[in-house]
Every structure is written in structure tokens, then in C-alpha cells.
Ligand binder design. Structure first.
Ligand SMILES: Nc1ncnc2c1ncn2[C@@H]1O[C@H](COP(=O)(O)OP(=O)(O)OP(=O)(O)O)[C@@H](O)[C@H]1O
Ligand SMILES: [Mg+2]
Length: 113
């Protein structure tokens, strides 16, 4: 089991969501986030006058998947979120040691899928 944590441009959320649903990935958590990457929150124009880090609005997705869904989740997420410009986002993948569905006490692969 893996946990995919992705930061994307907010306006890309509908497209990303549709792409994931199409691939059978229909469980996710979505939240608003503030963040910056290697431009420290400024685009090229502001580099000369940058004094501090600037936090930009991003959307965070947390998606727990069984291992056989990982590759296609990343592929469709990337394809849908990409514009080719700076700030398109980033995806982190971490090992997930457990998942429990509270209602049924199911755990592991069954609880995620
Ligand atoms: N190393 C990191 N740790 C935690 N969050 C990060 C990290 N890098 C990026 N993020 C999150 O991802 C968002 C999008 O990052 P962004 O796409 O700007 O990455 P980047 O490395 O600057 O790539 P690019 O040069 O394409 O802009 C950031 O606003 C931040 O929320
Ligand atoms: Mg950036």
C-alpha cells in the first residue's frame, strides 16, 4: 500500500479528479494548502526583488492506493495536472503500513480498495 500526496494548481482539480475517476481511483482526500517550490513562491518576474518566501495557494490530494494502482494513479495525475509551466506541482509517494475501515474493521488491501 502506498500513500500518494500531490500538490497541484487549484484550477486543475476538476481535470485531475475526472482523470482519477476514469482510472477507477475514486477515494481521496482534498484540502487547500499553501506552499512554494524551488522558485520560493515567486515567478521569474519577481526574482530580482525577492526578499522572503511567498506562499502560493495549492490543492493537496491524499490518495491511498493498493500497489497495483500506483503507476496508473501517478500517470493520470501527471497528465491531467501538467501545463508545462513552473508551479505545476509535485507528487510524493510514501509506504503505507496500515489502513482500517472503521465501520467494518476491514484492514489493509480490503479497506483501501
Ligand atoms: N520539497 C518539497 N517539500 C514539500 N512540499 C513541496 C516541495 N516541493 C514542492 N512542494 C509543494 O508543491 C507545490 C508545487 O511545487 P512546484 O510545482 O512549484 O515545485 P518546483 O520544484 O518548484 O517545480 P517547478 O520548477 O516546476 O515549479 C509547492 O507550492 C509546495 O506546496
Ligand atoms: Mg515551483
Amino acid at each position: 500500500m502506498k500513500l500518494i500526496t500531490a500538490f497541484i494548481q487549484p484550477h486543475k482539480l476538476p481535470e485531475v479528479k475526472a482523470a482519477l475517476f476514469k482510472d477507477g481511483i475514486n477515494k481521496m482526500s482534498v484540502s487547500n494548502a499553501l506552499g512554494c517550490g524551488q522558485q520560493q513562491g515567486f515567478d521569474e518576474t519577481y526574482r530580482g526583488v525577492k526578499h522572503t518566501i511567498n506562499l502560493l495557494k495549492k490543492v493537496r490530494l491524499d490518495i491511498a492506493v493498493n500497489d497495483d494502482f500506483l503507476d496508473k494513479a501517478i500517470k493520470s495525475l501527471c497528465a491531467a495536472a501538467k501545463t508545462g509551466k513552473i508551479g505545476d506541482g509535485k507528487i510524493f509517494v510514501t509506504e503505507l503500513s496500515q489502513c482500517i475501515r472503521i465501520r467494518t474493521n476491514e484492514s489493509g488491501n480490503e479497506a483501501i480498495g
